[in-house]
Design a protein around this ligand. Structure first.
Ligand SMILES: Cc1cc2nc3c(=O)[nH]c(=O)nc-3n(C[C@H](O)[C@H](O)[C@H](O)COP(=O)(O)OP(=O)(O)OC[C@H]3O[C@@H](n4cnc5c(N)ncnc54)[C@H](O)[C@@H]3O)c2cc1C
Length: 433
């Protein structure tokens, strides 16, 4: 079903397969006049929606302000993969924060995936939820790492959902001969990201949250309570929660230097039919490869291939997005050369230098979470839960995340781009070797 617009709110979702198959086309009002709430949440993606929902469940009155439409940002446009673990693998995390903390972070990641699943079940969110991710080795040198991960996760974390897949078995699972081995994770999920976000928004409203769209926050003060201003209204709130991620812009420079907004792109083919779809992904799991600029793909409910590939680091998207992503898809599936591409779109996400999310406080009553580095479907959902905990006075778990070391991008907000672009292009080049 296409998203239908009314005159109430001029913002639109990007023209994606997800928007074309959205469960609803609700518009929410613009904030006008003066309002009061216990908590004001900025940003209507998973971070903001999950925070708002968890806060309302704890009895807080919550106003959420979204500059465009609910889930207009990355939460309505992403690949829909809900992976276990943090964005960094466990052995690297152990080096970064020590074994004990790494174990906590692993447990949070499992809780994040479980929280997504529980919210979907509890609120009957219709979002094509399915199980399993198959991560494939693009280079033979990556296979040892995948094999080692199975043993490491079993021996040190008791995690038994991983299975190493030899090439002899893999080819039939992927419909592509170019991969060397695979790692199947039965603990991961995948879903329709926009419908998941819309379901969270409905659940938040049912719990008493007031959602405003087309209500861009322009400023807020340092007061207790804090006054938050949009062009047409104000909210005065005891607590402020920021969930703007890749779309933060210049709203808060103290947070901006820790993240870099980058663009990533996705296409959806025409429906392939059940037979071809099964040849490409035999078990209907989500797929990802081991390149630095990762390719990721899965099937939609109507058997389209939803394929994500390619990034850029400027404020513009490539002019022909269908062709841009198609070339990545054809490297994996040359047999789709004659397949029509029905949709292609892009979105902006925030990455951090060490790929771990960045949680923190601006002051005693102002909190934020951002920088999920491409792992935000579970992690931003979990962030919302932890933001609700810290607002309600239980800081322990939020602080585990806030204490993960994060490094500012060299050059801060002004000069971070040249360094990042050079680095990303370098690693992108390594992918080609
Ligand atoms: C193409 C793509 C593919 C991805 N694939 C995956 C994947 O498969 N799995 C995965 O785990 N992650 C993936 N991600 C990352 C994931 O989508 C994000 O990490 C996650 O959605 C972040 O949620 P969020 O709520 O923090 O931010 P967003 O969903 O981006 O929401 C931020 C919101 O804040 C609003 N906002 C900004 N400034 C203001 C303001 N001043 N006032 C009011 N509102 C404001 C924006 O309009 C926006 O709606 C992908 C991202 C992209 C772009």
């Amino acid at each position: 079903m296409s998203v239908i617009r009314s005159g109430l709110n001029p913002s639109q979702h990007t023209a994606s397969y997800y928007a074309a198959t959205a469960n609803n086309s609700k518009n929410r009002p613009t904030l006008r006049g003066e309002h009061r709430a216990d908590v004001c949440v900025i940003g209507g993606g998973y971070t903001g929606l999950s925070a708002a929902l968890h806060l309302a469940d704890k009895g807080y009155s919550v106003i959420l302000l979204e500059a465009e439409k609910i889930a207009w940002g990355a939460s309505g446009r992403n690949g829909g993969h809900v992976g276990t673990g943090q964005r960094k693998d466990q052995e690297e995390l152990e080096k970064l924060v020590g074994k004990e903390r790494a174990k906590l972070l692993w447990n949070y990641s499992l809780e994040a995936v479980n929280t997504v699943e529980e919210l979907i079940r509890k609120h009957s969110i219709d979002c094509d939820l399915k199980r399993g991710n198959l991560h494939v080795a693009s280079k033979s040198s990556h296979s040892d790492g995948l094999r080692g991960e199975v043993d490491h996760m079993q021996d040190h974390y008791g995690y038994d959902q991983l299975r190493f897949i030899e090439k002899s078995e893999l080819d039939a699972m992927v419909g592509s001969k170019q991969y060397h081995s695979g790692l199947l994770d039965n603990g991961s999920l995948h879903l329709h990201p926009l419908n998941y976000a819309q379901g969270l928004a409905d659940a938040a409203e049912n719990a008493g949250v007031t959602l405003y769209e087309n209500s861009r926050v322009e400023s807020y003060d340092q007061g207790k309570p804090t006054t938050i201003k949009t062009t047409e209204g104000t909210v005065t709130a005891d607590f402020l929660v920021l969930g703007c991620n890749g779309y933060l812009g210049n709203l808060e420079n103290k947070m901006a230097g820790k993240i870099m907004p980058i663009n990533n792109f996705v296409l959806a083919t025409e429906p392939l039919g059940a037979k071809l779809a099964q040849e490409l992904i035999r078990d209907d799991v989500s797929m990802s490869d081991s390149l630095f600029v990762i390719n990721y793909w899965k099937l939609s409910a109507d058997n389209r291939l939803i394929f994500g590939g390619g990034e850029n680091y400027t404020s513009n998207f490539p002019s022909d997005l269908k062709q841009f992503v198609r070339k990545y898809m054809l490297r994996v599936y040359p047999q789709l050369a004659d397949t029509q591409i029905d949709y292609a779109w892009g979105g902006t996400l925030a990455i951090t230098l060490n790929r771990m999310p960045h949680f923190g406080r601006l002051q005693a009553n102002q909190f934020y979470a951002q920088g999920y580095s491409g792992h935000g479907v579970p992690t931003a959902t979990m962030a919302g839960k932890l933001l609700a905990e810290v607002v309600s006075g239980t800081a322990e778990r939020f602080d585990v995340m806030a204490n993960v070391p994060t490094i500012g991008f060299p050059g801060g907000t002004l000069l971070r781009w040249p360094g990042l672009v050079a680095g990303m292009l370098y690693y992108g080049l390594l992918d080609k070797l």
